[in-house]
Design a binder for this molecule. Structure first.
Ligand code: ADP
Ligand code: MG
Length: 700
């Protein structure tokens, strides 16, 4: 359903409007009036006959018509009754500003449910409760107690914190930032972030979707919807607070490595959502997206009147992985025609400390024509001769003339540059308080463009044996067993095309020697017990045993030492296993997030995973590109490619393993967590081996 009546109502009733200055009911009413709202306003308050010159009604019904929008600011306990009145009148859009609901505990939660139920039955959409309201500058709607109406612009903002919205508006004013719509979602009893992201996504007046969130109500729908909208317009979000996802005790490496924020990070990455660490950063990005065209590449040209800031920009460009655009000979020749002999004609172009506005103007103009330049960053420090305002005006003029490449400004200083910065802002040129923040913003835009141009997601399906997996999982669930041991995990994995070393469990030293003989030396021996999760930790793994005597000795030693160390462990014997040829050890894993579903993990494997923590996560199901990107996102990737003359390993084979695992956990939602560690991988063309594996299952 469209949220149009919230944004552009023809009439608004304010239930709980008050004449007491300082009360929320007064603030909302006067904000609405002060905004210059052109529709009808009906204050509702049974104690007053008029407020602020407007006729006041004792009840909603007394108005005699159905208002498009009702704003409720009464005490919480009568809100359900007011909602009932709205239902009777056929109202469809209600903002509940009143607090004292879910956020205060059980009683409030009940009240909220009661109110929501009435609304749902009547088909009423609700924003809030416990929110600051809705602001739409273009329609002069200020249905909030957030202060004056902000400037009109193209940023749509949704906030889970009302107080933050108030601070944000204050900052926006100082930075000359305008909005298409602002919504405080409060407790999001009905309308939540997803509704608004969709509404802003479809709103022609909104170019950038921005927001502050503490949690996401429906993870899967968010992922899907955000991904769709990111293709059309950027979504820049601040996400604070952490989930309870990590609360369940994790038995796998993957589970213990998945932090509270892992799912959000992975989901944002997949859906193209740009995560910001502060309001300042968010404004930096939002302003650029709102006012500038997207850069066509990562070549940046810097024009400066001082060496220092030029070097700062250069450092930032290198650090963020952008490139200093190599100017063409033609550009350099043209620059030489009007810049003084001492000027640096190469990037960063130094127009020198005494530069007036003209050389800046000419330089920007010429550089914008260079095919290697995708973005221009203009730096300025206020020196004796500097014409800051005239330079700003020159930038505005050129930006209007040549509007296909983004232009950024970083005028450094305070009082001396304020009038110039005002010129920039008034004309939609983003100004940054440091070269670094400008560069970081350019990088964010470049990454967004890259994300948008990714090829369409196609998830490969491998031929597998689902029946076999079903049988193993069923058996566990029937017997109430959550942990799937190594052998059975490997049985499941083999049904999805994974290969594991051969081996058998034995209970005497002689049996061990016999099995080893059959497998062929060298062999590996591992303690076999459902109670021991990490076998190496207790001396339960011996590798490289080369003859029968060593095997028998290893058996005796394990059976002697381990029961002493772990008297409560039920030890069933020892696994004698083929030893794999040498290779790199990686970990492939999955952790099922309660909100976002399965998250795949890749990283450096072996017994040190938790120490090194060199892992990356991504939501399943994975495409081939995403699986490869997961590898690239780790430091391990460099090692896998081969360092110091060593040959690299089969990268594609690891990516295929990740995709197969992603298919397994997508097809079997019963699998809660799992990992293969180590997954031993050799040079191209060799078969990777799942040496150790575990998973846990749950009835769903
Ligand atoms: P755990 O993780 O319970 O300590 P693993 O079975 O993963 O036990 O073994 C620990 C380490 O021993 C592995 O990371 C690997 O380096 C080595 N290892 C285990 N099994 C083999 C094998 N079959 N071939 C070669 N190395 C092995
Ligand atoms: Mg292991």
């Amino acid at each position: 359903m469209s949220l149009d009546k919230f944004f552009n109502p023809e009439s608004v009733a304010i239930v709980g409007a008050s004449q007491a200055v300082g009360k929320v009911g007064y603030e909302v009413l006067t904000n609405m009036i002060a905004a210059g709202y052109e529709g009808e306003i009906f204050p509702v308050n049974h104690k007053a006959s008029s407020i602020e010159g407007l006729k006041c009604y004792p009840t909603l019904e007394a108005i005699g018509q159905t208002p498009d929008l009702v704003i409720i600011i009464t005490p919480a306990k009568i809100v359900p009754a007011i909602m009932q009145e709205c239902a009777k009148l056929g109202v469809k859009s209600v903002i509940v500003i009143t607090a004292g609901f879910k956020e205060i505990g059980e009683e409030g939660r009940r009240l909220e449910q009661q109110m929501l139920q009435i609304a749902k039955q009547a088909g009423i959409r609700v924003i809030g409760p416990n929110c600051l309201g809705v602001i739409v500058p273009a329609y002069r709607v200020n249905a909030s107690f957030a202060g004056a109406l902000p400037k009109e612009g193209t940023i749509g903002y949704l906030s889970q914190s009302g107080a933050l919205l108030a601070a944000l508006l204050d900052m926006a004013k100082a930075h000359g930032i305008g909005f298409s719509k602002l919504v405080s979602i409060g407790n999001k009893a009905d309308i939540d972030e997803l509704d608004l992201i969709e509404a802003f996504g479809n709103d022609p007046q909104t170019k950038v979707v921005a927001g502050y969130l503490e949690n996401i109500t429906d993870g899967n729908s968010f992922l899907e919807e955000a991904e769709k909208i990111s293709h059309r317009k950027p979504i820049v979000l601040i996400k604070s607070g952490s989930t309870s996802a990590g609360a369940k005790a994790a038995s796998s490496h993957t589970g213990s490595l998945a932090g509270a924020e892992t799912a959000y990070e992975a989901v944002f990455e997949r859906s193209g959502v740009i995560r910001c660490n502060s309001i300042k950063e968010q404004f930096d990005y939002a302003q650029a997206f709102a006012t500038q065209p997207l850069p066509a590449g990562n070549g940046v040209a810097v024009i400066t009147n001082a060496g220092g800031p030029g070097i700062m920009a250069a450092d930032a460009i290198e650090k963020r992985g952008l490139t200093f655009a190599k100017l063409t000979d033609e550009t350099i020749k043209k620059l030489g025609e009007f810049l003084p002999a001492a000027a640096n004609l190469h990037n960063p172009i130094d127009v020198l400390g005494d530069a007036l506005a003209k050389p800046y103007e000419l330089a920007i103009d010429v550089v914008l024509d260079d095919p290697n330049v995708h973005t221009v960053l203009v730096l300025l420090t206020p020196q004796a001769m500097t014409e800051a305002v005239a330079t700003a005006e020159a930038m505005v003029k050129i930006a209007k003339k040549k509007s296909d490449k983004p232009i950024f400004a970083s005028f450094l200083g305070a009082d001396a540059i304020t009038p110039a910065v005002e010129v920039l802002r008034a004309n939609g040129l983003p100004q940054y308080d440091s070269p670094e923040s400008a560069v970081l913003t350019i990088k964010t835009m470049v990454d967004y463009v890259k994300w948008r141009s990714r090829s369409k997601r196609v998830v490969k399906l491998f031929p597998v044996n689902r029946r076999k997996v079903e049988a193993v999982i069923e058996r566990h669930l029937r017997n109430g067993i959550r942990e799937v041991g190594e052998t059975e995990s490997k049985e499941i994995l083999s049904a999805y095309g994974f290969v594991s070393p051969k081996g058998s469990v034995v209970s005497t030293a002689e049996q061990a020697a016999n099995v080893a003989q059959q497998l062929g030396f060298p062999v590996v021996m591992k303690i076999w017990s459902p109670d021991i999760l990490h076998k190496s930790d207790c001396g339960g793994v011996k590798v490289g045993l080369t003859n029968a005597q060593e095997v028998m000795d290893a058996f005796d030693l394990m059976m002697y030492r381990i029961p002493k160390k772990l008297p409560d462990a039920d030890i069933l014997g020892v696994l004698v296993q083929e030893m794999c040829r040498k290779g790199k050890e990686v970990i492939l894993g999955m952790h099922r997030d309660p909100h976002f579903g399965p998250l795949m993990m890749f990283g450096m494997g072996g017994t040190m995973v938790e120490v090194l923590k060199d892992v990356s996560f991504y939501p399943a199901p994975l495409t081939e590109d995403e699986a490869k990107q997961m590898l690239i996102n780790t430091k391990t990737y460099k090692i896998l490619q081969g360092v110091r003359g060593e040959k690299g390993v089969d990268i594609d084979a690891i990516a295929e393993g990740l995709q197969r695992l992603s298919q397994l956990v997508t097809e079997f939602p019963q699998i809660q967590e799992m990992d293969i560690n180590p997954y031993v991988i050799g040079p191209e063309g060799t078969m990777p081996i799942a040496v150790d594996a575990r998973m846990s299952v749950e009835k769903i």
